[in-house]
Write a protein of this length. Structure first.
Ligand SMILES: [Zn+2]
Length: 376
């Protein structure tokens, strides 16, 4: 096993890329989807079950963990990997995005952000330096720069000012991160949907130098078409030889479109959150298990899926336990959705490696357009 963090690009097909990120805690096959383990758990899943779906890496949320149980407590207990019983790589966000979306009484200055916890109202201060310290205490393998992300739509001036502040914070993040072999710090490109601001941001980040580069500030309400327009050029502004991470995306067709445009890593709460609300992703699109059409259906959610929900249970059973608010409902449907996402990533990695990604994409869309299997 390597002692260093590295990225190897193995194949490209059009703009789509497949490769491997090597870390001391294991390899991450790309394109990679990272399930979200906000509060040191992927809700309704045992960590070994998350690993069984094929996930190579999890995402943890700095904002939630700094408030409860606190980074210092997790550090005293041996770090986040040990605390949550996950030995593979972990990426943590910087806390910046969630301070903006969850905390109250925020005050933003050049120095950082002061805010009140949504948990208990306590007051906190988050800066690039403190975010780097928290992520180090957690033991995160891939650390994200502390940044600010305006919601879209926003005035161009507001987007430009925010991006330039994030670039100054990126430099402070790099300085505070220091020299930590085996660990990576990713810069985050901002600039909204403004091409020249995205380019300016990319140049600023490349001048600082990072182990990987994220595309931030998308999937914040702009819609898929606008996001794809931005992804038509944004990945090309980032270094070819480093992983590119699109933050907070997305639905299966968002993910496929992002990979087609040269993105290597993604994360989203969608598969796990949907598993708890009865929304199920399959090769033939999305279905809602709550629907009465499933109540007598002995067939699995997806006959091509190898997860326990599909191997061992009928749609009728899943409908019943969902309607009855049984905990196993969240467990089984979360597992299925995460399995679907990981199978999707594996299928894309294979198609890129074999030079048939365009044909694979056409088949992906054709299958979804068929819609769910006919009712019995
Ligand atoms: Zn399944």
């Amino acid at each position: 096993m390597t002692k260093r963090f590295s990225f190897q690009l193995n194949a490209t097909d059009g703009k789509a890329r497949s490769g491997v990120i090597d870390t001391p805690r294991g390899q991450i096959r790309t394109p990679a989807f990272m399930p979200v383990g906000t509060a040191a758990t992927v809700k309704a899943m045992m960590p070994e079950s998350v690993a069984a779906t094929g996930a190579d890496i999890l995402l943890g949320n700095t904002y939630h963990l700094m408030l409860r149980p606190t980074a210092e407590r997790i550090d005293r207990l041996g770090g986040l990997h040990k605390f949550m019983n996950w030995s593979k790589p972990i990426l943590t966000d910087s806390g910046g995005f969630q301070v903006m979306s969850l905390a109250s009484l925020r005050k933003l200055t050049e120095e950082g952000v002061t805010f009140k916890s949504h948990v208990d109202g306590s007051k906190h201060h988050l800066t690039p330096e403190r975010s780097m310290e928290i992520q180090r205490l957690l033991g995160s393998d891939i650390v994200m720069c502390f940044d600010e992300c305006p919601a879209l739509p926003a005035e161009r001036d507001r987007i430009a000012d925010s991006m330039r502040l994030s670039m100054r914070w990126a430099e402070r993040s790099r300085d505070a991160f220091g020299d930590r072999p085996g660990y990576a710090l990713f810069g985050i490109q901002q600039g909204g949907l403004e091409r020249d601001l995205r380019e300016e941001s990319a140049e600023a980040l490349k001048a600082i130098g990072f182990e990987g580069y994220a595309i931030g500030g998308l999937a914040v309400g702009e819609g898929q078409e606008a996001m794809f327009d931005c992804l038509d050029y944004a990945p090309d502004t980032l270094p070819q030889d480093r992983p590119r991470y699109l933050m907070g995306v997305g639905k299966p067709d968002d993910i496929v479109g992002a990979v087609a445009r040269g993105v290597d890593m993604m994360d989203c709460v969608l598969p796990s959150r949907s598993g708890r609300t009865g929304q199920v992703f399959t090769r033939r699109g999305v279905l809602n298990i709550k629907n009465a059409r499933h109540q007598d259906d002995p067939r699995p959610l997806d006959e091509h899926c190898s997860c326990p929900a599909c191997r061992n249970y009928s749609r009728a059973y899943l409908h019943h336990v969902f309607r009855s608010h049984e905990i196993i409902s969240s467990m089984l449907m979360t597992w299925h959705n995460l399995q679907y996402y990981q199978d999707l990533m594996q299928a894309m990695r294979d198609a890129i490696s074999e030079g048939r990604f365009t044909a694979w994409q056409a088949e992906f869309h054709a299958q979804r357009e068929q819609g769910d299997i006919e009712p019995l």
